[in-house]
Design a protein around this ligand. Sequence first.
Ligand SMILES: Cc1cc2nc3c(=O)[nH]c(=O)nc-3n(C[C@H](O)[C@H](O)[C@H](O)COP(=O)(O)O)c2cc1C
Length: 168
Amino acid sequence: MPAFKEINPSEIKENPFDLIGKDWALVTCGSKDKFNTMTVSWGGVGIMWGRPVAFTFIRPQRYTFEFTENNEYYTMSFFDERYRGALSFCGSKSGRDYNKPKETGLTSVFTDDGVPYFEEAKLVLVCKKLYAQFLNEECVVDADKVKKWYDNDYHKMYVGEIVKVLKK
Ligand SMILES: Cc1cc2nc3c(=O)[nH]c(=O)nc-3n(C[C@H](O)[C@H](O)[C@H](O)COP(=O)(O)O)c2cc1C
């Protein structure tokens, strides 16, 4: 498998609308001893507080939420189309019930700081949490478009500084 090389966020050539919205990503968080991963297709990348950031939205009922709440770092791993099945699995089953790497065949690897990501990814964003806040009903502006997505389970938004980008 080709090795990752580190690039700058501004060198990412992929279109973020396709990368996140169509291709999907795995958000992975925890330590070598205990981590979890789940699929996301909402979120974004950009600049905040003068830094490159990823915006990640996780509902409180996800097992992954326990990890994003209790760890400083998380990763977003992006894959080729052939891993769609693995991402579907990680987006429909919970780490409470399944060992997702074992079930999907994805290989967990860790940054020098012990942050988990996947060897099979083509692009990985290593994110360090800067800000986290629950979305809430009082702040909804266009109820028709937003409220239908919720049943008292508003996402928590994480703004993570992209501290490393790994690309194959
Ligand atoms: C394509 C796709 C995109 C998803 N995007 C999100 C998302 O952005 N935020 C979220 O909280 N859940 C999202 N989910 C749902 C979680 O991935 C799913 O509930 C998963 O089973 C949670 O796993 P966990 O309990 O191990 O954390 C998505 C699922 C799929 C299939």
